[in-house]
Write a protein that binds this ligand. Structure first.
Ligand code: MN3
Length: 210
């Protein structure tokens, strides 16, 4: 599951569903290219950056990204970009896996309502974070180090764990995630994202980390 420790050599996970399974919200061609070419590229480049670096290979990916200062400068940006890319997509496919609840349940529901007002208010805040991310990046629902639910956004492939947050839900707003089907209409992609979130998985992550 999402917060399994990922270690070198890194590899693409099992997607666990067909490329067409999220249509019409996310089209099959985008899924195929996104998973194999983009996520696959991050994995390959991360492994290449860490080749021969035994002292870095023995750390799990969250630890590595949380201590980038300890990574030699010559490969630091590559580890940040491609390590973040791997970790972010590793979570993304899981929260999109078809099935599960279409809205948060139980403890997670109560926590969202308690901290963020209501499920609708949360969706609005998260959607705004996704829309307001200029250029490439992600919107997230995280648990902060202080144990609070929070909506954040990160640029590029920066991962919430770089600042000590634990991601529960993420939305990739790089153009590669939507451009074939939606072109410039990020707002439609964000609106349709809510049709394909597996809230059972998000709830499971919450129970693991609250
Ligand atoms: Mn992506």
């Amino acid at each position: 599951m999402a917060h399994t420790k990922l270690t070198y050599p890194y590899k693409l996970p099992e997607l666990g569903f067909d490329y067409a399974a999220l249509e019409p919200s996310i089209d099959a061609r985008t899924m195929d290219i996104h998973f194999n070419k983009h996520h696959g590229g991050y994995v390959n480049k991360l492994n290449a950056a860490l080749e021969g670096r035994a002292e870095l290979q023995r750390h799990d990916l969250v630890t590595l990204l949380g201590n980038l200062d300890a990574v030699p400068e010559s490969i630091r940006q590559a580890v940040r970009n491609n390590g973040g890319g791997h970790l972010n997509h590793f979570l993304f496919w899981q929260i999109l896996k078809p099935g599960g609840a279409s809205a948060p349940q139980g403890e997670l529901r109560r926590a969202i309502e308690g901290k963020l007002g209501s499920f609708d208010a949360f969706k609005e805040e998260f959607s705004q974070a996704a829309m307001n991310r200029f250029g490439s990046g992600w919107a997230w629902l995280v648990i902060t180090a202080a144990g609070e639910l929070k909506v954040i956004s990160t640029p590029n492939q920066d991962a919430p764990s770089m600042t000590g947050d634990v991601p529960l839900l993420g939305l990739d707003v790089w153009e590669h995630a939507y451009y074939l089907h939606y072109q410039n209409r990020r707002d439609e992609y964000v609106a349709n994202f809510w049709n394909v979130v597996n809230w059972d998985v998000v709830g499971h992550f919450f129970e693991q980390h609250r």
